[in-house]
Design a protein around this ligand. Structure first.
Ligand code: CTP
Length: 403
């Protein structure tokens, strides 16, 4: 899938620059044509000779060759590239990219690039979690850049935490699936976040869902070519990929209405929202006063996944989630069947690295065929890619579906 593709690799000055050598080697092994741009600082961490040898092309670093005055045109590079991957991307470079600063060849090529840009940040954990860096990463995402998140582990500083550049294999897989665009021409519905069930004008019933998993799935499906409709309960997140259309809802009944309306025209639906199972029977128009004793009478909400399961046509894929605290496998298998899902993603609150608001998840996919696939704890973005692969595998078996 990378054969003949023109891949521009930008290396900035961080210790993870040594991993760029493996990255370039893997890309060349996949028959991509690779050109490398290095910043001055990157050259201190890994030599241009290494990168030129591995990429089979002279390394670019300056705006012009000081020996003969030959111009290295960032515009031409931007046009040449089918993909630009900046790995490692230091906090400094991420900041400059977000601000549109263009004081080296790597950055001017970034501003000139017409192709998808992949950014693999790498830095110390405190720099990574600083609001300035997080804001800059978000800005890049809003420009359509694809962020390959840093991983957690031991850092060069000796500290332990998030900031280690994604492994070269992960980066290559991410670029590969972009070009494969396996979902292109398909429409996907994703639900995410919690719902709010109104009690009175100031109070509601809800749950701890942050929406991170659903947003990651929407993002991945969009990156892999799908047109995504994200029906989202209230969250602090914003979908970033241009192929995602967000439909905001508040309550379970609003989410139900939207999904019932949208599902018939979708090929894929992933029900990731933590929908409230109960809603107050009566919503007070005025604030309930504390003087009175209060007993809330609750009515069951509609089970959206189960209702979609009833109207599902041959060729549509419907996936759900099960977040369990006990008897996990049996509960998940039961939900898979009763909601007529094609597969269910089980995560347990007993796993310390899974659950609400956390950036990682540990899942088991249980397929309607009965097959179970167990995964290790991973960042939610990687979990989303595993789920997308499962959908791809299942969708590959579908021959005929007319919207
Ligand atoms: N779901 C839904 N509508 C609901 C409740 C759940 O669409 N009213 C979907 C969720 O999005 C998820 C799956 O059903 O994909 C399972 O949700 P979960 O909350 O784990 O289970 P419930 O079916 O609500 O069962 P219980 O709360 O009894 O565990």
């Amino acid at each position: 899938m990378l054969t003949g593709k023109h891949i521009l690799v930008g290396i900035t000055g961080g210790i993870a620059a040594y991993k760029a050598a493996t990255l370039v080697r893997l890309l060349v092994k996949k028959n991509a044509e690779v050109k490398v741009i290095m910043t001055e600082m990157a050259k201190r961490f890994i030599t241009p000779l290494t990168m030129a040898t591995l990429s089979k092309n002279p390394v670019l670093a300056d705006f012009f060759n000081p020996e003969n005055g030959e111009w290295n045109s960032h515009v031409d590079l931007g046009l040449w590239a089918d993909a630009y991957i900046i790995a490692p991307a230091t906090a400094n470079s991420v900041g400059k990219m977000a601000a549109g600063i263009a004081d080296n060849l790597l950055l001017t090529a970034y501003l000139s690039a017409k192709c998808p840009v992949f950014v693999a940040p790498a830095m110390d954990l405190d720099m990574y979690r600083h609001p300035a860096t997080l804001g800059n990463i978000e800005t890049l995402q809003s420009h359509g850049d694809i962020i390959i998140e840093a991983e957690s582990g031991e850092l060069a500083s000796g500290l332990e935490g998030k900031g280690r550049m994604a492994e070269p294999e992960t980066i290559v897989a991410c670029i590969g699936s972009y070009f494969e665009a396996p979902f292109s021409g398909l429409r996907a519905l994703v639900t995410a976040g919690p719902t709010y069930e109104k009690i009175d004008p100031v109070r509601f019933i809800s749950n701890y869902s942050s929406g991170k998993m659903g947003y990651a799935i929407a993002e991945t499906l969009a990156q892999q070519g799908a047109d995504v409709i994200l029906v989202s309960g209230p969250t602090h997140l914003s979908p970033l990929h241009p192929n995602i259309r967000r439909v905001n809802v508040i309550s379970a009944s609003e989410m139900y209405e939207e999904c019932m309306h949208l599902f018939p025209s979708c090929n894929i639906a992933v029900m990731c929202a933590a929908v409230a199972d109960f809603t107050p029977e009566k919503q007070e128009e005025n604030k309930i006063k504390q003087k009175t004793d209060l007993t809330l009478s609750l009515a069951k909400t509609k089970d959206i996944a189960a209702e979609l399961g009833k109207i599902k046509r041959d060729g549509q894929i419907l996936a759900g989630f099960a977040l369990e605290t006990d008897n996990e496998l049996n509960n998940a298998r039961e939900k898979l069947q009763s909601k007529n899902l094609d597969f269910i993603v089980l995560n347990s609150l007993n796993d310390t690295d899974s659950g609400f608001g956390i950036d990682t998840n540990k899942i088991t996919i249980i397929d309607s065929s009965g097959e179970e696939t167990w995964f290790e704890t991973k960042p939610k973005k990687d979990v989303a890619r595993d789920i997308a692969s499962h959908i791809r595998q299942k969708y590959g078996q579908i021959t005929d579906f007319e919207l």
